[in-house]
Design a protein. Sequence first.
Length: 83
Amino acid sequence: MPRIVVDVMPKPEILDPQGKAVHGALPRLGFNAVTDVRQGKRFELEVEAADEATLAEIHQLAETLLSNPVIEDYAVRVDGATA
């Protein structure tokens, strides 16, 4: 069965306190190469088929349930490893 991945991230102009907290902890843990961190959510959805109708439904699902479109952006993709 195909897997569709939905990645949800805060919009660039929205403050990301979780990302800032992780970024602040990195140097204390010895990780100095990272210049910024943004934390988001990842959803993996198993579907019968990754056709146009299914992808349209997943976009609607992502916009109405998985993300808050006021403060978050989302991206939908078919996972090539299982599609």
